[in-house]
Design a protein around this ligand. Structure first.
Ligand code: NAD
Length: 371
């Protein structure tokens, strides 16, 4: 295949560049062995961008992200930049790119690979075979609502405030993504809110119900309060198929779901925007952060990033067979007993990022030889 697809890679900070290096090897493997070529460009985001441009996301990088067919991001942040003023913090780069690319739907699958079912802190029978998809609203809600700030009330007293706000169209567009996904899965959506306390989520519940009845009568819709959802996720996670929820609730619940799978190092994500000129803006990234505690030590688990690349193949380029190949390589490697430290289990072989990377390439070679 000719190199007609552009991919902007933004490795970021901490373990970001280490895990992206593994993805690069796999991209090169696809070019070499499957004649699947991407035009891969690289750019800076987060602290790495701040150090060069004085901002966590330069306008020029944003333009390149908008022009690319897909963006693949590592992670941002680290103690080096913790003291920066809020608007210059690495994490602002991430919030800005999501907002400016209009990426309103964040897809976070939580899938338990058979070989890792025992790595979860939950009982094996609770998590084995788990396959849920969390759809988080990403550009609205309390993370972006105005007014916001910290004000001085005098006399040593201060007041911090944020605003939780959602409109009908913001709710319906992310709802549509969830309903569409459910149609290709088990046909069930659970919408999560706090409609017993927060008016903004009363509207959320009403709009989800209306959308379901009007456009997706074939999908079973249920509603749940977020406190109960947190409990249900650890009590009986397999009751869920697709979960759709607000920005902040999704942020928290998806990290909770991460632990069901054993490690943050196994969780990929996709963020999608609205179709424009036949193209859906998309950014793929692991759920984990820059892990400063292990950065630069060849310890990071690269699988969440590789699974994110697999999601990119699936959702942006409709390359199902290639995405399946990545899933199979990961599954086989885990079954063979290789583990990075974060998913280490008794009796398994603890390996570095680079050994895991070598093993992945060997496994891809093996699978390609069989096919
Ligand atoms: P983190 O996800 O970076 O790390 C949490 C724990 O999980 C750490 O012990 C870390 O070593 C481990 N871990 C994470 N990813 C791993 C991997 N691939 N392999 C092995 N172990 C892994 O979260 P944190 O420590 O709360 O935050 C660190 C920095 O990352 C902060 O600056 C934070 O703001 C930032 N952050 C960025 C993102 C992002 O870029 N999307 C997300 C969350 C946090």
């Amino acid at each position: 295949m000719a190199a007609n697809k552009t991919l902007l890679m933004l490795p970021g900070d901490g373990i970001g560049p280490e895990v992206m290096a593994v993805v690069k090897r796999v991209i090169e493997w696809f070019a070499r062995r499957r004649a699947l070529r991407f035009e891969v460009e690289e750019g800076l985001i987060g602290g790495a961008s701040y150090d060069v441009h004085g901002t966590p996301l330069a306008d020029e990088t944003l333009e390149r992200a908008r022009a690319a067919d897909a963006v693949l991001l590592g992670a941002v942040g680290g103690p080096k930049w913790d003291g920066l003023e809020f608007s210059r913090k690495p994490e602002r780069g991430l919030l800005r790119i999501r907002k400016e690319m209009g990426l309103f739907a964040n897809l976070r699958p939580a899938v338990v690979f058979p070989a890792l079912a025992e790595a979860s802190t939950l009982k094996t029978e609770i998590v084995s075979g788990l396959d849920i998809m969390i759809v988080r609203e990403l550009t609205g809600g309390i993370y972006f609502g105005e007014p916001r700030g910290i004000e001085d009330l005098g006399g040593g007293e201060r007041r911090g405030f944020n605003t939780l706000v959602y409109t009908t169209s913001e709710i319906r567009r992310v709802g549509r993504v969830a309903f569409e996904l459910a149609r290709k899965r088990q046909g069930r959506v659970c919408s999560i809110d706090k409609a017993n306390v927060l008016e903004a989520t009363v509207l959320w519940r009403e709009e989800m119900a209306r959308l379901g009845a009007e456009e997706f009568p074939d999908v079973a819709l249920s509603h749940m309060y977020v406190d109960n959802a947190a409990m249900q996720l650890v009590r009986d996670p397999k009751q869920f198929d697709v979960i759709v929820t607000t920005n902040m609730f999704g942020d928290i619940l998806s990290d909770c779901a991460a632990m069901l799978t054993g490690s943050l190092g196994m969780l990929p994500s996709a963020s999608l925007g609205a179709e424009q000129d036949g193209r859906i803006p998309a950014l793929y990234e692991p759920v984990h952060g820059s892990a400063p505690d292990i950065a630069g030590r060849d310890l990071a688990n690269p699988l969440a990033s590789l699974l994110s690349f697999g999601m990119m193949l699936r959702y942006s380029f409709d390359l199902q067979a290639e995405a399946d190949l990545i899933d199979a390589a990961i599954s086989n490697i885990l079954a063979s007993g290789l583990r990075t430290a974060d998913i280490m289990q008794p009796g398994k072989a603890k390996v570095s990022t680079s050994v895991m990377s070598d093993a992945l390439i060997r496994e891809l070679d093996k699978l390609a030889a069989k096919a």
